[in-house]
Design a protein around this ligand. Structure first.
Ligand code: VG1
Ligand code: CO
Length: 549
């Protein structure tokens, strides 16, 4: 290609991806060559030299946030210059994270680049992000992520073609030199996959029967078009069931994080005498979900357990589950279901990339995280709308309310009271010192008493992947009590300002008479102990968490 240029560049030192890709302030991404350096590092680390890339498909899309479309144009130019023969891009640059995963798998792509900072706010002063997913549709492994980072520290040049902007507004094919660009409807392939998994007839009967109402909050982010198409057009939910369903580059100035702190309008519609029967919300890039019943909040950890316990009611899972997995800080609710079903339950570090091998090897069917993430082997990402459809399918099959289903679940398995306390934008060195100090004493805690609890085991969680034997250390400090209660501390790997300390607290309650407390009350003693043990106020200057979920 004649207009192919090789541009000299210098490395940036800060392109180390976190829990889920590289996330930074938009203005950092706008620095000269910053995006190009990282993209070329991906291509170099995955060995997409001009020859080897020739028959490879690259999938491209993002959550529509500010800078999405500009970045996508650059990546397309670089893909052409790096020898790709085919790019599949979402119309207007849009693809939810789970839809990108679905498309990579369906078209046997080499991989995909997803532009998103998930639930972080968007806009010129806010956040942007980029991540690479491999041929299985899942986030790059730790090993590949490290290789991309190493490459970014050595990069000296990148390749790009000079051309006008590509038309991404219309679906269809166009050529850029030797490369074909296919612009696809972002929803179609994903919606087809959902139809294969769930009983659409039954869900349609529920949603159009006149006695059941639902609300879905798209949070002005990517899931809006998916929810309009699937929930309203295909399944017959009345127009208006989907709230805030139009993706906006700044998410309407709001925080597209599906929790009670940020989905306030939805929560209002889900409380009081005229509450809808079912409510749900998804995040910026469509991989998270929050589930609500009328006057009822379902914790993500409980949601995973309930989906596992009811999977046989859903066509896509009626043959049973091979196993389940949860991230370490996620509550042990799903472990109890796995034990009852007689299937394995794996405990992995935080981040979806750790589920990939287990899913690929067929060792698990469902998995999830406490951070509003649930998914299965249908793709290799967590999937917000999938979880909503799963719940709708279960509700349609059981004909009971969300609250009734949860109450019955707790009576059978006990309730895992759960809360997460986040201390946000703490000075990075203070947060590091807190973790370091705790790490120093962690090994000496086993056997000690802590309030009314006895510590059975305390350690810094490390994980050895059962499929490839790779190991990941320092994945969170755990204090496990003899009665099954836990306190866990770790630092966030997705923030863009200072550090965020996450403290996860849970306790198991088997007495049905005590299963309907406010978690903050039920866990009050543990919450106090957690903050004393780590001297949170001393290190952070905060006497209470900024966000409690
Ligand atoms: C958070 C969550 C983690 C999740 C990750 C990406 O990471 O805790 O469970 O996998 O976000 O989710 P951290 O390191 O900040 O705790 V998403 O929806 O941002 O792609
Ligand atoms: Co997300």
């Amino acid at each position: 290609m004649t207009n192919r240029k090789t541009i000299a560049t210098e490395p940036y030192s800060d392109q180390k991806p976190g829990t889920s890709g590289l996330r930074k302030k938009v203005r950092l991404f706008q620095q000269a060559h910053y995006l190009e350096n990282f993209v070329q590092s991906i291509f170099d680390a995955t060995d997409t030299g001009v020859d080897s890339a020739s028959d490879k498909i690259l999938v491209l899309g993002g959550d529509g946030r500010f800078y999405n479309i500009e970045a996508l144009q650059t990546i397309i130019r670089m893909a052409a210059a790096n020898g790709f023969k085919r790019v599949i891009a979402g119309q207007n640059g849009l693809l939810s994270t789970p839809a990108a995963s679905c498309i990579i798998r369906k078209y046997h792509a080499f991989g995909g680049i997803i532009l998103s900072a998930s639930h972080n706010p968007g806009g010129p002063e806010a956040d942007f992000g980029i991540k690479f997913n491999g041929a299985n549709g899942g986030p790059a492994s730790e090993e590949l992520t490290d290789a991309i980072f190493r490459q970014s520290l050595e990069i000296a040049q990148y390749h790009i073609v000079e051309t006008e902007d590509i038309d991404l507004a219309r679906t269809g094919s166009q050529q850029l030199g030797d490369m074909r660009i296919e612009v696809v409807d972002p929803v179609t392939d994903y919606a087809e996959l959902m139809q294969q998994l769930f009983d659409f007839e039954r869900i349609r009967a529920l949603l159009t029967g006149g006695t059941f109402s639902m609300r879905f909050d798209g949070m002005n982010a990517i899931t809006g078009p998916y929810a309009h198409r699937i929930l309203e057009q295909q399944l017959g939910a009345p127009p208006g069931s989907v709230m805030r369903g139009q993706p906006m580059p700044d998410f309407g100035g709001e925080h597209p994080d599906p929790n009670l702190a940020h989905a306030t309008d939805l929560q209002r519609r889900m409380t009081g005498g005229d509450a809808a029967d079912f409510g749900a919300a998804s995040d910026g890039d469509g991989d998270r979900n929050m589930i609500l019943g009328a006057n009822f909040y379902v914790t993500p950890s409980d949601s995973l357990a309930v989906l596992a316990a009811n999977a046989s009611l859903v066509p896509g899972y009626s043959d049973g589950l091979s196993g389940v997995a949860r991230s370490m800080p996620t509550s042990q609710a799903v472990d109890r279901v796995a034990a009852a079903l007689g299937i394995p339950c794996f405990e992995t570090p935080t981040g979806w990339k750790f589920f990939g091998n287990l899913l690929d090897a067929g060792q698990i069917t469902l998995c999830g995280e406490e951070s509003f993430g649930t998914g299965s082997d249908h793709v290799r990402e967590k999937d917000g709308l999938w979880a909503v459809l799963f719940w709708l399918n279960v509700l349609a099959a059981r004909g009971e309310s969300v609250a009734d289903i949860m109450q019955q679940h707790w009576r059978r398995y006990g309730r895992d009271y759960y809360t997460r306390h986040d201390y946000e934008a703490v000075a990075s060195d203070s947060a590091q010192s807190l973790i370091e100090a705790l790490r120093q004493k962690i090994d000496s805690l086993a056997g000690q008493r802590l309030g009314n609890y006895e510590i059975e085991l305390a350690d810094d969680f490390s994980y050895t992947d059962p499929v490839d034997g790779s190991s990941s250390r320092q994945q969170g400090l755990r204090i496990l009590m003899r009665d099954g209660a836990r306190i866990i501390y770790r630092l966030s790997g997705t923030g863009t300002e200072g550090a965020t300390l996450r403290v996860y607290i849970e306790g198991h309650e088997t007495d049905p008479a005590l299963q309907n407390e406010d978690p903050q009350q039920a866990l009050a003693e543990l919450i106090g102990l957690a903050s004393q043990l780590a001297e949170i106020e001393h290190y952070t200057g905060r006497s209470a968490a900024d966000v409690v979920t």
